[in-house]
Design a protein around this ligand. Structure first.
Ligand code: ACO
Length: 324
């Protein structure tokens, strides 16, 4: 059994927040943000837009793109660090919203690597015969966990959701997920974390704010090293050289990290899908949003080989090699 990536869909909230608007909130500038990160703007969920509502919208689009219906879904996995509730999971809320009454679903907490983690688990479940149709979703409202007094982090993130539909395929064929590779190093947990969770207080009994903290330089250093190893691992595992890869669809954190990975693979810049300029870092949503955009506008074609890679707070990182 193999998992064929049958379709992808993305959803972005209605409100665009420009760098100039961020400069009215913290001591920053459009020029600094563009130069250091490649970000021009980000989207922000407002009003009725939640992690779940965006996940549902992205899932519907992924099903449409795959020519599938909710009846075809028996597994839902959502990568998210910003669920609307501690439980039920976003995944089962999506199940209910789509009117699905069979199968099972759960959320995965792996920060910006959440989509790659979720994709890997779904692929293994399909290979094991536990599911025939899987929605794999990354959905985040990071605007909820940003400290708007910290210019080093609040300018970097945006909200959104992306989804893919995986279909089990029993026959021989080239299409599908070739391999996924997951890693974690919990000892580096303190270079990127959120201080708090529901019901968690500090030593004085005060609820923790639940805001993101990051040592940007350290994360940058580890990201370049780990993602580079992850790319090598995916290629070596499949006995491929870097020329075999048609597209890089990376996690969208920083244009400099993304371009570095593109150069490592020897890919022309137009073979690297970039959304960080418009979406900023949407954490677990960034890869499926980028994939949906590039499959939707016809850049990525059936039969092409796509490499995805991501690193996030944990540290957690991984890659996936997929023949679309
Ligand atoms: N506007 C203006 N100045 C700023 C801003 C800002 N928004 N943010 C920081 N600065 C200042 C700093 O205060 C510092 O000033 P100083 O020299 O006077 O002390 C100066 O800019 C340089 O700061 P650095 O942190 O060294 O800047 P750097 O070039 O490293 O860029 C950045 C910072 C963009 C955060 C970079 O380190 C980065 O992209 N890191 C990786 C982040 C990442 O990939 N995260 C992904 C994982 S996210 C997840 O998993 C949830």
């Amino acid at each position: 059994m193999r998992s064929v990536l049958a379709g992808a869909g993305g959803f972005l909230p209605g409100r665009v927040v420009t760098n100039d608007e961020m400069a009215a909130v913290v001591d920053t500038s459009d020029a600094w943000i563009r130069d250091r990160t490649g970000i021009h703007q980000r989207y922000r969920a407002e009003g009725a837009e939640t992690t779940t509502s965006m996940a549902v919208a992205a899932a519907r689009k992924a099903l449409d793109a795959a020519g599938a219906s909710p009846d075809d879904v028996d597994l839902i996995i959502v990568g998210t660090s910003t669920p609307d509730q501690a439980f039920p999971s976003v995944a089962v809320r999506v199940q209910a919203a789509l009117g699905i009454q069979k199968g099972f679903g759960f959320d995965v907490s792996a920060a910006c690597a959440g989509f790659v983690y979720a994709l890997s688990i779904a692929d293994e479940m399909i290979r094991a015969g536990r599911a025939r149709g899987a929605l794999v979703i990354g959905a985040e409202v990071f605007s909820r966990i940003l400290d708007y007094t910290d210019r080093g982090t609040c300018v970097l993130f945006g909200d959104g959701a992306g989804a893919v539909f995986l279909r089990a395929e029993a026959s021989e064929g080239e299409q599908g997920i070739l391999s996924t590779h997951l890693h974690a190093q919990g000892a580096l947990g303190d270079i990127l974390y959120v201080d708090g969770a529901i019901g968690v207080a500090d030593s004085a009994g005060q609820p923790l704010p639940g805001k993101l903290h990051m040592n940007g330089r350290e994360v940058f250093r580890h990201a370049v090293q780990r993602l580079s190893e992850s790319v090598d691992e995916a290629l070596a595992h499949n006995n491929l050289d870097r020329g075999a890869v048609d597209w890089l669809v990376p996690h969208q954190a920083n244009i400099r990290i993304i371009e570095g990975m593109g150069r490592k693979l020897g890919l022309a810049p137009e073979r690297v899908v970039i959304t960080v300029d418009r979406h900023a870092n949407t954490s677990a949503a960034s890869i499926p949003l980028a994939l949906a955009e590039a499959m939707g506008d016809g850049r990525i074609k059936r039969g092409q080989l796509v490499l995805m890679e991501a690193l996030g707070g944990g540290l957690v990182w991984g890659s996936a090699l997929v023949r679309i």
